[in-house]
Write a protein that binds this ligand. Structure first.
Ligand SMILES: Cc1ncc(COP(=O)(O)O)c(C=O)c1O
Ligand SMILES: N[C@@H](CCCC[NH3+])C(=O)O
Length: 441
């Protein structure tokens, strides 16, 4: 739940005590002392509340619902364990994400395997692990799956990823259903019929239905409703033409989140029930009765429970432009501002109630002029040693972090009711050369 008042964006369990930010009952300066910075901090109670909101609000008495967490947004053993605990399914797009889900004890039957270029090795791995559903992207992948299921004598379920041509308004790098999209197959592409026929004919593949995903960080709800109409109408046409029952429709994810006090947001409690109403009405309109409707929230599940904590190093005044606050991370732990011009908010976590005094830029320490996390933000007077925290930064930050400039990747802690779990340890310098010691010279 977001409370934004003026420039304050207090998320989840965060609170201010003695001029300092506390998350999950833990002071961020204690976290810095114990785990160093940069550090990803996850408000576990807030995250678990949201998991429950999705599970309880996206429910219908007309069909089963699956909440399949898109693990690309943020995953690790602890996170996947929470998904399992709350009865979520999980969406993986690589052998690596699959491995983490399995290691965390996810039921393989609850895993959806996505990806536009699954390798033969990955398909083999997923089949031997008993992954529940393959989401098929293209004809070549379908041929490989067909062949491997026969050779390995395995059965599997499949959905076909389709693009109904809806161009949801979002950054162009994260649109996914345009006609030139690299994902899925357009419903206007005649080759889709070869794929559907092959899926129907494949003896070891149970063709269950269709998948679609309109894009990511979409805050205008109408696109999700348009997508439901498009996929259900297509399903109805196909069902009649091939005389088959479609058992599952997967509507993907993409639900947008609020990063700053000014940006638009979706109220998930109410959106999810309205979404169910629209889906039920659309199914009735087209006389389709799938057994399962699934969605794949990634960002919307994790983003607003995640914070990135930095230490301020130097503060620099240049001849032109806003003064710069330099933090001890940057595009290596959050590439989103440089990649998508994403906007974020920040606080000086040790000066929460100090008077705001100046407009700053917040820049990282990477060797790139574009390594600016925030272009303009009003903050109290900043000095070395301050703690700068970026709220609403849980999605696609840790998961997209890199070792650029050989920056060790930050650790991840989950905080709840005064307790801290170090889910991922900060990388050490030794970790940076761990794969380089195998030869002798
Ligand atoms: C197929 C699919 N499902 C789910 C997601 C998750 O999207 P988001 O994190 O925006 O919910 C993505 C990413 O855009 C995706 O490609
Ligand atoms: N990485 C993107 C989202 C990609 C969604 C996956 N298809 C982001 O940070 O917004």
């Amino acid at each position: 739940m977001i409370e934004s008042e003026g420039t304050l964006l207090l998320l989840g369990t965060s609170e201010i005590k003695n001029n300092e930010l506390y998350i999950g009952g833990v002071s961020v300066s204690d976290l810095k002392e114990k785990f160093g910075t940069p550090l990803y901090i996850i408000d576990q109670a807030d995250l678990e509340d949201r998991m429950e909101t999705f599970v309880t609000q996206f429910k219908s008495d007309q069909f089963e619902t699956h909440i399949s967490y898109a693990s690309k947004a943020f995953t690790n053993l602890y996170m996947a364990g929470l998904c399992k605990k709350h009865g979520l399914h999980i969406d993986v797009v690589s052998g690596g994400e699959l491995f983490v889900a399995l290691e965390a004890g996810m039921d393989p039957a609850h895993i959806y395997f996505h990806g536009n270029n699954k390798t033969a090795d990955e398909i083999e791995y997923a089949l031997s692990a008993g992954v529940g559903t393959f989401v098929i992207d293209n004809i070549q992948e379908l041929r490989w799956l067909n062949q491997l299921t026969k050779e390995m004598e395995k059965q599997t379920q499949a959905l076909l990823r389709i693009n109904p041509g809806i161009e949801a308004s979002t950054h162009k790098y994260i649109q996914t259903t345009t006609n030139d999209s690299k994902f899925g197959i357009s419903t206007d592409d005649e080759k889709i019929h070869d794929m559907i026929q092959s899926l129907i004919d494949a003896p070891q593949i149970d063709f269950r239905g269709f998948h679609c995903h309109v894009g990511s960080q979409v805050t205008d709800e109408k696109y999700f409703f348009q997508e439901a109409e498009a996929i259900v109408s297509f399903t109805s046409t196909i069902s009649k033409r091939y005389d088959i029952d479609i058992k599952e429709i997967n509507l993907g994810g993409g639900f947008g989140v609020q990063h700053t006090p000014e940006s638009p947001s979706i109220d998930f409690e109410s959106f999810l029930t309205r979404y169910i109403d629209v889906i039920e009405a659309t199914l009735q309109k087209y006389k389709i009765k799938p057994e399962v409707i699934s969605i794949e929230p990634g960002r919307s599940m994790i983003n607003n429970s995640g914070y990135t904590l930095y230490s301020v190093g130097h503060v620099k005044h240049t001849l032109e432009g806003l003064p710069l606050i330099f933090v001890d991370g940057g595009m290596s732990d959050n590439p989103r501002p440089s990649l998508y011009e994403a906007e974020y908010h920040a606080y000086l976590a040790n000066k929460m109630e100090n008077q705001v005094s100046e407009n700053y830029r917040v820049a990282g320490k990477l060797c790139e002029s574009g390594d600016v996390l925030i272009q303009s933000i009003e903050l109290p007077a900043a000095e070395s040693g301050d703690l700068l925290i970026i709220p609403a930064s849980g999605a696609y930050t840790y998961s997209m972090s890199s070792n650029y400039n050989l920056m060790p990747r930050p650790g991840v802690v989950f905080v709840k009711e005064g307790q801290v779990v170090e889910a991922v340890k900060r990388q050490s310098y030794q970790d940076l050369i761990v794969n380089q010691r195998h030869y002798s010279n």
